[in-house]
Ligand binder design. Structure first.
Ligand SMILES: *Cc1c(COP(=O)(O)O)cnc(C)c1O
Length: 430
């Protein structure tokens, strides 16, 4: 199937990017388990290396199975191209790499996946990059944090761990005014619930490890480009607008137009950083995406029921699910993710740290793991695990205080999940 703007999401999640295998007629996308691809002749090889012809050279750069996944995710997000990577964290570095250089900074939300806070507050400093964290509900603070050296604004659509909804339209207007891209991590929402490009995002990043694959089998990541940013409007993005010394002086924006970022991601990013997705991982993720809408509908329906039940329970302090009318983010759900607020939220338990640890240990159906977006329900006590490297202030700002557990609601029977939480809460608060 080729491009079909007339097709609906449920059709595209199965067909976009894929066609019967030209060699064998295989209906399912084959796993092209091959490192290298034979050139027709020396001229063909030269054209491929010059980026004059698109084709397969070596699987660190491109692979036919991975290419189907790239086109599938780009289509579902409404982007022009995508580059898949070995993990969500690799995708974040791949998104920033063409934009940044030593001395440059990003402005990032305080409400992010714990590993992202660590990557941005610690690890990227080794590259000479830095991040300024601000509360993205405070638009004046976001504006004030941007300076001449800022090269991107970064947030999550539905933010970890509390399921908070970011006002992407307001944030993208600020990024536009500063003439810098907005990068949205759409992992927790998926393109079924939220399409950040429609709200002004330049780039969308994913941990495909989570809902896109959907069943906790492989790690992966993806960077989707909207194709809408003009890299030549100012001199802030020389990797894309000026001659690129790492590719014999090629000007990516001039040569590839709206596909400049995607081509740079493959020709420089994957070539030199090597954070490549392997074809097996792409296969598992393609399998997962075929049922994305069905799973997301059930994740949302179950999360809604479980969060509503927890909220009225006397052993619970509060629940952060944005799908509850009590949430300060309730109004934003209709605007940003109209098909629902996702499957992720936090619960504050009376009895604090001790009760949280006991709750986690006494659940039967929920698994205690550092993951989310699985078919099975998952729980984690963020303060003692994923957010452990953060200071107490960072934990509170991220919504991961010691009295809080994060829940990723699966697609089991909601009543079974409620019964399991009920018995474990009884033991935790006895
Ligand atoms: C898991 C996750 C990441 C990191 O992805 P990996 O695949 O684990 O590297 C980034 N952002 C969010 C929102 C995540 O949930």
């Amino acid at each position: 199937m080729t491009d079909g703007p007339t097709y609906g999401f449920d059709t595209l999640q199965i067909h976009a990017g894929a066609r019967p295998d030209p060699a064998t007629g295989a209906r399912q996308t084959p796993i092209y388990q091959s490192t290298a691809f034979v050139f027709r002749d020396a001229d063909h090889a030269a054209a491929l290396f010059n980026l004059q012809e698109v084709g397969y050279i070596y699987s660190r750069l491109t692979n036919p199975t991975v290419a189907v996944l790239q086109e599938r995710i780009a289509t579902l997000e409404g982007g022009v191209g995508a580059v898949c990577c070995s993990s969500g964290h690799a995708a974040q570095i791949m998104a920033l790499f063409p934009l940044m250089s030593p001395g440059k900074n990003i402005v990032a939300s305080t409400r992010l996946y714990g590993g992202t806070v660590t990557q941005f507050s610690q690890t990227i400093k080794r590259f000479g990059w830095s991040a300024t964290f601000v509360d993205f509900d405070d638009l004046d603070a976001v504006k004030a944090a941007i300076n001449d050296d800022t090269r991107a604004v970064f947030c999550e659509a539905i933010a970890n761990p509390g399921g908070y909804i970011t006002d992407l339209d307001a944030i993208s207007a600020i990024a536009d005014e500063a003439e810098i891209p907005l990068i949205v991590d759409n992992t927790s929402a998926t393109p079924y619930l939220c399409r950040p490009i429609e709200h002004g995002a330049t780039l969308v990043v994913h941990s495909t490890t989570k809902y896109l694959t959907g069943n906790g089998t492989v790690t992966g990541g993806c960077v989707v480009d909207s194709g809408k940013f003009d890299w030549t409007a100012n001199d802030k993005f020389p990797s894309l607008s000026a001659p690129e010394p790492a590719y014999h002086g090629l000007k990516f924006a001039e040569t590839f137009g709206p596909l400049a970022f995607t081509f740079h991601g493959i020709a420089i990013g994957l070539r030199d950083l090597g954070m490549t997705m392997n074809p097996q991982a792409a296969h598992y993720t393609l399998m997962g995406i075929e049922t994305l809408s069905l799973r997301m509908e059930r994740h949302v329906e179950n999360a809604q029921k479980v969060a509503a039940w927890l909220e009225t329970d006397p052993r619970v302090d509060y629940v952060t699910y944005a799908g509850l009318p009590s949430s300060p983010y309730y109004e934003r759900v209709a605007k940003i993710c109209p098909r629902g607020a996702g499957g992720l939220f936090t619960v504050a338990i009376k009895g604090g740290y001790e009760a949280c640890v006991k709750l986690v240990d006494n659940l039967e159906i929920f698994s205690h793991v550092a993951n989310l977006g699985d078919t099975r329900s998952l729980i984690i006590h963020s303060a003692s695990t994923t957010h452990r490297q953060l200071s107490a202030e960072q934990q509170e700002a991220a919504g991961a205080g010691p009295n809080v557990v994060r829940i990723s609601i699966g697609i089991e029977e909601a009543d079974d999940l409620i019964a399991d939480l009920d018995q474990a809460l009884a033991k935790a608060t006895a």
